[in-house]
Ligand binder design. Sequence first.
Ligand code: OGA
Ligand code: NI
Length: 331
Amino acid sequence: MEVKRIQSLALEELKEVPPQFIRSASERPENSKAIEGVTVPLISLSQPHHVLVKEIAEAASEWGFFQITHHSISEKLIQNLQKVGKEFFALPQEEKEGYANDPSNGKFDGYGTRMTKNLEEKLEWVDYFFHLMAPPSKVNYHMWPKHPSSYREVTENYKKEMLRVTEKVLEVLSEGLGLERKTLKSKLGGEMIELEMKINMYPPCPQPHLALGVEPHTDMSALTLLVPNEVPGLQVWKDNNWIAVNYLQDALLVHVGDQLEVLSNGRYKSVLHRSLVNKEQMRMSWAVFVVPPHEAVIGPIPSLINDHNPPMFSTKTFAEYRYRKFNKLSQ
Ligand code: OGA
Ligand code: NI
């Protein structure tokens, strides 16, 4: 089925966005501006361990979101990741279409643009590329971009760093719940924990005040580790306001996702977030979703449950969770 790509639409240099992109009045960025003067937590990984545990646990509980610095990922590697992603989206349209995905038939991997399932649903001003990065036994490299030719090597190197940072953050978050360090990773499948890459590409938009890049949502992941390009756009929801996330070179943006909210029985919050688009500049972001394998059973960790803390979420396999949320069925 032919899908209209946002990148192709942007090339038409329209004066107005097509009606399917125009948000309802309350959802429009022009009517739901971020408040000023509030900034998201910024946490250095090089602090003394007990300080790190306290800061990350606090940020995960109060915000479900934080930026980390001193993560030891080389600047060069982040630049290379951004370079190969940009080069992929600059390929001729026909070549990109060779990777087209088809979520309605369960084929999520590849090049995609969201389609609506019903008339009321609005479209998002973003194209993306999605593929699995880990564990090695499940990765299908045929699904990865073949051009630029360095895509695979760069992305493999980035994956190693994502695994290292994931492990560290999950250890700290486990300790923040008073649990043994390895607990969260082991609940998320241990060595079978999965990393998915989603490269978001937001072309310039003629009426950014009326449209959204990504509509308000929480991530289904346990954690999402994201680097943007230098163009701002991400906003997180806190205390009934949108807060704009400032761009900080080389910071890694960490979202707490639904699976950690469930495992922690609500102590850690899955952050609601959205992204805005922009009239002049292309925005890009590289989101790595840390998810359990499909068969992992995710529910509130038993030692966190007592008479004062009854379970707030049901226990189900990640496959079931994902299927229900994807189809927007109630949980
Ligand atoms: C996402 C997302 C935000 C961004 O892809 O789930 O929330 O900054 N992206 O691109
Ligand atoms: Ni998200």
